[in-house]
Write a protein that binds this ligand. Structure first.
Ligand code: PMP
Length: 438
């Protein structure tokens, strides 16, 4: 029978044989359109997760579907290894044109289907290009589950699954715009952390050998929606450049208009040495690619290969998605909608003290859930309440709202909806979210 329970029971029967996504969202999906998902029992949910931000244009956008049809009817091979086709040519040229300076100083490296693939390639390339092996990463950073990507991911929980990760990885406190880990808010915090960083890589007594690269997200996603201050990113660019250290920006989640700019690093006006791209770049289908500054393009043919780097369908859906995002200036609309929604959430915060910070930008929004009955910390924040955020996620789900969690103790409810979500739909979100808070 077509019931959620039936499919969920079958999943638990399989559990001993098939490992699957944690069942925080107990539904079996029958269909989806735009910002909405319908389960096998006909119940509708507003999907504020959208494949962890992959579905930039929402589910089953008609032009995305048409682009799949056009590949099927054109007779193009579905698989080509990494060989060239007119479609790959067009996709590559268009993607390059979206990189800083219209991509004139960049080249592309297709890496495989997933974000972690691209992070692996970025780390390998940085080591080869500099002849050094250290990597600096940040607290709260998430870069994927493969060996190298996990090594530069901060979260200790998935690291329990494996021993002997990359040895030369140094973690720095992430310069949260809203909560500086040195207990200094605002500009003073940015200065303190920049100073710390400069000393770390500059000082023979710091205990850290000069690294090959620094990797970070300009807006952390899984870490709980933490935007880095613009001045920090600018200082980081300057100091890495001065010391010949490569700057890798992981735009897998924050890229492609999600934060109200085409790439999240554009808020700081900087040019990374390596740009890591996946999720939305494939327009719903698996694709990952690096943008690499030409002077560090040191690999010879054969240095980095892979069978699944030429997914034609993903290039077709990716091209359609990129064109719509760019030509219809979706980033601007995202910035406006994000600002409006964050404002409404901050108004809600005044009435519900369990809402700690509301963090943006754009349609990458984190709602921190805290325990206001406990004492505040030195930064004036209440302790995280992961249990309450889990309960709220569940209540939201029952109200027909799909949300993800992240951040410290999972206390941040995260929104990554379709970038085409309407103001009316965001209003429905607010209504359903407030119902859960009551
Ligand atoms: N980097 C970032 C910033 C991500 O958010 C993710 C996935 N959530 C990854 C890398 C890894 O991507 P994938 O799951 O496709 O390997």
């Amino acid at each position: 029978p077509q019931s959620n329970e039936n499919f969920l029971n079958r999943q638990s029967e399989f559990e001993s044989n098939v490992r699957s996504y944690p069942r925080k969202l107990p539904l079996a999906i029958a269909k989806a359109k735009g910002a909405w998902i319908t389960d096998v029992e006909g119940k509708e949910y507003l999907d504020c997760l959208a494949g962890a931000g992959t579905l930039a244009l929402g589910h089953n956008h008609p032009e995305v579907l048409e682009s799949i049809q056009s590949v099927i009817t054109s007779g193009l091979p579905l698989h080509t290894l990494d060989l060239t086709t007119p479609l790959k040519d067009e996709f590559s040229a268009y993607l390059l044109s979206l990189l800083p300076g219209e991509g004139k100083e960049y080249c592309l490296q297709f890496t495989g289907p997933s974000g972690a693939d691209a992070v692996e390639a970025a780390l390998k390339l940085a080591k080869k290009a500099t002849g050094r092996s250290g990597i600096i990463s940040f607290s709260g950073g998430y870069h994927g589950m493969t060996h190298g990507a996990l090594s530069v991911t901060a979260n200790l929980s998935p690291k329990e699954a494996v021993d002997g990760l990359m040895p030369e990885v140094q973690f720095m406190p992430y310069p949260h715009l809203y909560r500086c880990p040195f207990g200094l808010g605002g500009e003073a915090g940015v200065k303190a952390i920049s100073y710390y960083f400069e000393n770390l890589i500059n000082d023979v007594e710091s205990g850290v050998r000069k690294p090959a690269a620094v990797i970070l997200e300009a807006v952390q996603g899984e870490g709980g929606v933490n935007p880095a201050p613009v001045e920090f990113l600018q200082r980081l660019r300057k100091v890495t450049e001065e010391h010949g250290i490569l700057l890798i920006l992981d735009e897998v989640q924050a890229g492609f208009a999600r934060t109200g700019k085409f790439f999240a690093f554009e808020h700081a006006g900087i040019e990374p040495d390596i740009i890591v791209m996946s999720k939305a770049v494939g327009g719903s289908l698996p694709l990952a690619v690096l943008g690499i500054k030409k002077q560090i393009d040191v690999w010879s043919p054969g240095h980095h290969t892979g069978t699944f780097r030429g997914n034609q369908m993903a290039m077709a859906t990716g091209l359609t998605t990129l064109k719509i995002l760019k030509q219809e200036n979706i980033a601007e609309q995202v910035a406006e909608h994000g600002e409006w929604l964050s404002g409404e959430l901050r108004a809600l915060q005044k009435r519900y003290p369990v809402i700690g910070q509301v963090r943006g930008p754009g349609l990458m929004i984190g709602i921190e859930i805290v325990d206001p009955s406990k004492p505040q910390d030195a930064m004036g924040s209440y302790p995280a309440d992961g249990q309450l955020s889990a309960l709220l996620q569940k209540k939201c789900f029952e109200n027909g709202l799909i949300l993800e969690r992240g951040g410290r103790d999972g206390c941040v409810l995260r929104l990554l909806p379709s970038l085409l979500i309407t103001k009316e739909e965001l209003g429905i979100f607010l209504q359903k979210f407030e119902q859960a808070l009551l």
